[in-house]
Design a protein around this ligand. Sequence first.
Ligand SMILES: [Zn+2]
Length: 320
Amino acid sequence: MFLKEFKNKEVILRGEKIGLGESKLIKIPVDRLPTGTLIEIPVYVFNGAALGPTILLQGGLHGDEVNSVELVRRMLIDKSYKINRGCVIVVPLLNVFGFLNLSRNMHGKDVNRSFPGSKTGSLASRMAYYLMKEITKNVDFAIDYHTGGEQRNNFPQIRYTPNDENAKKLAEIFNAPFKFGSKIIPKSFRNECYKYNIPVLVYEAGESLRLEENAIQEGINGTLKILKHYNMINEAVKTSGINASIEITNRKWIRAKVAGIFNATVKNGAHVKKGQVLGHIMDTYGETNVEVKAPNDGYIIALNNFPILNMGDALFHFGF
Ligand SMILES: [Zn+2]
């Protein structure tokens, strides 16, 4: 695990100082809408009196991934960030613009493909630049909350950079239903953090533009386990009756061999046997019925909820 000793410090954000034992809400002005309205991003800093790690909890990097926003927000409402050791920096909604436009992107660009960003680039590029410079470079590790795409539902899972041993250990502590090492994507937040030796857990759960209680709760539970592990909170965290996270070593997408209407017959997260029927693709008139079968023993780690298919469309993300 981490070899360094954690020492949270006074946080300075936009000229405001948050000393040890202090908490503050800082609103960072980002840009103006064409109407002139100023857009600000709220950042909460909970700086504990005793020394411990500094952690970034980040929701809504993709604006339409509302489970990520809700779970961070709910922890604020529940007063889960009563931090007595270390520091937690909470960004409930990074991409305000995408949120307003029901879009993953920020003015048409994906912030998570815009790192390291620049001071004078597009809004997404500036956002990436300042997120690293002002916030992330000062943290020991980060949890970046996401969801699947529209109607593509991820069963709660943690992704980490495969050769990052600290991230792997953090994933064990978080204990989501599934976990796996996942290649870093160029220009992503996780890639940029990796350059600075800042481990990132990417929590993926549910689908965009839809709240899902299980996805929210698993995210909250995992985050509390991390905070509790470092004795940052006093609150008891429920651990009994929770199965150990299942490590996925291989993944593939099962795709539609024909076009048609898709009906899944297994639930997301299910363990299935090789050859088991996972669903059916039928044409509109009941002439054909093509079975979709499991290629191996394994787990359904994401499920397509959209019924109208073209050939080649993704049906299941399959882990084994
Ligand atoms: Zn995302």
